[in-house]
Design a protein around this ligand. Structure first.
Ligand code: FAD
Length: 305
C-alpha cells in the first residue's frame, strides 16, 4: 500500500509518478498486474528521500529493471515501483577500462559501447536481456563459451538502502555467489555500477565475437516469452535443467504456462498465462525434483512484490 501522507504524495508528484501503470509489458514473461505508482529515473538524492518517506509511512517500494528475471503478481504492486529506462541512463568508459553505468543501462548497450571503445571483458553482457543494475544484483552471467559473471567485472555500486541512506559498496561487500548477492531481497536500489574491463582488444574482433555468441545462444533458446532460467541447483550439483529434464517435466503445462520443450529450466508463456499459472508450475517443478531426487531447487526468478 502507499500512504496518503502529504509529504510522500507531494514527492511522488514532484517526481512525475504515474498511477496504475500496467507492468506486464515491462516484463519478459508478459504477466502481472499494474503498479499503483511508477517513478522513472529519479535522481539519487530524490530516490533516497523517496525510500526514506516510504519507510517512515510503511509504504511499499520496489525496483524493476528490464523485467527479465521477475514474476510480478496478477494483483500487481500496490506500492511505488522505480524504474530506470536505458535511454536516460548515463554510461561512461575511460580508455583505462573504468566503466561507470547508471542502473538502467541495458547489458546490450554496455557490451556494444565497451566493444566500440576497444574494452575487453564485457562483450558477453550482450547475452543478458537485463539492465546493469538488475544484473549487478542478480550476479548475472553466461556459461556459453566459459563462465563469465558480473562479479568478474563489478568493482563497486552506489546503493540506496531501504531507509533512504546512500552507500558506496565495494564488490567484496556484495558477497557474490551463483546468481546471488547480498542485495537480493534487501529492498534498496542500486543506482550506479562501477566496473573494470579486462584490458583492450580490437573493436571489430570484439563485435564479431559478440555476434557469434548471440547467434549461438539464439539457436538454443526458446522463442516464447520467458524469464530465462527459473531455478538454480545447489552448488556442486548438476544444473537445475538436468534434474527437471530427468523428472520428465519438459512440455508440462499449468494453465498457459509450460516447461519449455527446448530447455527444462525455462518456463514459457504460451499465450495468456497468468502469474498464478507460472507460480503454480514453479512449485510443482520444485516439489517433483525434491520428491524424485532429494534435490532442492532455489528459484532464480524474483517475485514482485
Ligand atoms: C531470454 C532470457 C535469457 C536470459 N539469460 C540469462 C543468462 O544467460 N544468465 C543470467 O544470469 N540471466 C539470464 N536471464 C535472466 C535476466 O536477464 C538476468 O537475471 C538480468 O540480470 C535481470 O536484470 P533485469 O534488469 O531484467 O532485472 P529484473 O528482472 O527487473 O529484476 C530482477 C531483480 O533485481 C531487482 N532489481 C532490478 N534492478 C535493480 C536495481 N537497480 N537495484 C536493486 N534491485 C534491482 C528487482 O527488484 C528484482 O528483484 C535471462 C532472461 C531471459 C528473458
Amino acid at each position: 500500500m502507499v500512504s496518503a501522507d502529504p509529504a510522500l504524495q507531494a514527492l511522488l508528484t514532484r517526481l512525475g509518478a504515474r498511477r496504475d501503470v500496467p507492468l506486464a509489458p515491462r516484463t519478459t514473461w508478459r504477466v502481472g498486474g499494474p503498479a499503483r505508482f511508477l517513478v522513472q529515473s529519479p535522481p539519487t538524492e530524490a530516490l533516497a528521500e523517496l525510500f526514506g518517506r516510504c519507510a517512515e509511512t510503511g509504504s511499499l517500494i520496489c525496483v524493476l529493471g528490464r523485467g527479465s528475471n521477475v514474476l510480478v503478481s496478477d494483483a500487481g504492486i500496490d506500492g511505488v515501483v522505480v524504474t530506470f529506462p536505458d535511454a536516460r541512463a548515463p554510461l561512461t568508459l575511460s580508455p583505462e577500462g573504468r566503466v561507470v553505468a547508471g542502473a538502467g543501462v541495458s547489458m546490450a548497450r554496455l557490451s556494444a559501447e565497451a566493444n566500440g571503445a576497444g574494452l575487453a571483458g564485457l562483450a558477453w553482457c550482450a547475452g543478458i536481456p537485463g539492465s546493469v543494475g538488475g544484473s549487478a544484483v542478480m550476479n548475472a552471467g553466461l556459461v556459453t563459451g566459459g563462465t563469465r559473471e558480473m562479479r568478474d567485472v563489478v568493482t563497486g555500486v552506489t546503493y540506496v538502502d531501504p531507509s533512504g541512506v546512500v552507500h558506496h559498496l565495494d564488490a567484496a561487500a556484495l558477497h557474490y555467489g551463483p546468481r546471488k548477492s547480498v542485495l537480493q531481497g534487501a529492498g534498496g536500489c542500486v543506482t550506479e555500477v562501477e566496473m573494470q574491463a579486462a584490458g583492450r582488444d580490437a573493436p571489430e574482433a570484439l563485435a564479431a565475437a559478440t555476434r557469434a555468441m548471440i547467434a549461438e545462444r539464439r539457436k538454443r533458446q526458446p522463442r516464447l516469452p520467458t524469464a530465462g532460467s527459473t531455478f538454480v541447483a545447489p552448488e556442486g550439483e548438476p544444473p537445475a535443467g538436468y534434474w527437471l529434464d530427468r523428472a520428465g517435466l519438459k512440455g508440462h503445462l499449468r494453465g498457459a504456462a509450460r516447461v519449455s520443450p527446448v530447455h527444462a529450466n525455462w518456463i514459457e508463456n504460451t499465450g495468456g498465462a497468468t502469474a498464478a499459472d507460472i507460480a503454480d508450475l514453479m512449485q510443482e517443478m520444485m516439489d517433483t525434483v525434491q520428491r524424485q531426487f532429494d534435490v532442492v531447487l532455489r528459484p532464480e526468478v524474483r517475485r514482485l512484490p
